[in-house]
Design a binder for this molecule. Structure first.
Ligand code: FAQ
Length: 330
């Protein structure tokens, strides 16, 4: 009997599994129509959903400053950035849906704390300089992690990442520009920038996830071409890129052990507080409760918008289908 090009969920076919392995070996992209192992699909859904949730939860800390931005120009930039993050969430939920899940279910998992979002967004933005620190450090870490995802083995995720990375690059530069302005401003502004960098540095390093020897998913994700570099490799890349930028900003990084290793060409850094990371992941960060409560409130208050959009789509669907025939008669 001829081999089918699809299988029912849970069905196995050695030929299709072999084809999947060959595609990975040839660095081809896996597309939604292709057969894939259930565990590959589940890993992608977990990672893409967590990424999408991070984008929309990540709107909150910066949105906190939109009404208090110090100039019209800064306000316009910040509004555009926060809006971009919503767009990134949209592309990513779209990419997750190509794997057979529904975004409504993913949002329910976020709102009921059954899926994660990035640890970084559980920290508060207590001053205007935090907007700069998020752009420079958080978006900088996000880009370091996400550029390799443009070569992820799953096509829809890889393509979403290309556009997201272009926008994140603008975000990172605006953060750098904001901090540079503050750093070169009055003594009070400089101190505000330094304080923000002191608070965001270590949580930014935690964004890359646990150390490699405590990362249960890395080995398999790298074998599948989902991750191209390990958590520690990306963390090191970020440190190496960021330390010289801190010099240009005229700001220090809060790590007395930060030194350039002349032999490896990499910066050595001090120990990360993994207990703090674990606490934040378990819900014990400074803003975990606030972030989810705000998210659930926004979701509930948006119910009428979802209903109206669905009613509009239902009303116009048959008209759209008939349109070509009507035009032909005319
Ligand atoms: N926070 O085995 P691993 C952004 C979890 S986007 C929370 O190493 P993996 C844009 C992990 O899920 C930021 N949880 O996991 C922006 C796993 O959970 P499990 C988000 C974390 O997946 C900027 C467990 O720990 N970016 O910032 C974190 O192989 C400014 C074990 O870890 C992405 O999502 C964490 N930091 O590697 C927006 C990028 N780290 O198995 C607004 C895509 C680990 O219990 C403003 N994701 N966990 O379910 C990835 O590259 C990977 O998923 C990692 C984690 C590297 C995050």
């Amino acid at each position: 009997m001829a081999e089918r090009d699809h299988l029912e969920p849970g069905e196995q076919s050695p030929a299709l599994a072999r084809r999947f392995d060959e595609m990975l070996a040839e660095d081809d992209r896996i597309e939604p129509r292709d057969w894939m192992p259930d565990a590959y699909r589940a890993t992608l859904i977990r990672q893409i959903a967590q990424h999408a949730h991070s984008e929309i939860i990540g709107m909150q800390p910066e949105a906190n400053w939109i009404t208090r931005a110090p100039s019209l120009r800064r306000k316009a930039i910040l509004m555009a950035k926060v809006q971009d993050e919503a767009g990134h969430g949209l592309y990513l939920y779209g990419a997750a849906e190509t794997l057979g899940v529904d975004r409504r279910d993913l949002l329910e998992l976020l709102n009921t704390r059954k899926q994660r979002y990035s640890s970084i967004f559980n920290y508060p933005t207590t001053s205007w300089a935090d907007v700069g620190a998020i752009g420079w450090l958080v978006d900088g870490a996000a880009i370091t992690n996400q550029v390799p995802l443009c070569r992820c083995s799953y096509g829809p995720y890889a393509r979403a990442m290309v556009r997201i990375c272009k926008e994140e690059s603008f975000h990172q530069r605006q953060g750098f520009d904001l901090l540079l302005t503050l750093s070169k401003g009055t003594a009070e502004q400089h101190a505000m920038a330094q304080d923000a960098v002191n608070r965001w540095w270590w949580p930014s390093l935690m964004m890359f996830g646990p150390p490699d020897d405590q990362s249960p998913n890395s080995a398999q994700s790298m074998a599948w071409g989902i991750k191209r570099f390990s958590n520690d490799e990306l963390r090191q890349k970020f440190v190496d890129m960021t330390v010289p930028q801190a010099d240009v900003l005229g700001l220090s990084l809060p790590d007395p052990e930060l030194t350039l290793d002349g032999q490896t060409g990499h910066y050595r850094f001090g120990p990360i507080d993994w207990d703090e990371f674990a606490r934040v992941l378990k819900g014990g960060g400074p803003c975990n409760e606030q972030r989810i409560a705000h998210r659930v409130k926004a979701h509930d208050e948006g119910e009428w918008v979802r209903q109206a959009a669905a009613a509009h789509a239902a009303k116009h669907a048959p008209v759209r289908a008939l349109k070509p025939a009507t035009e032909a008669v005319a």
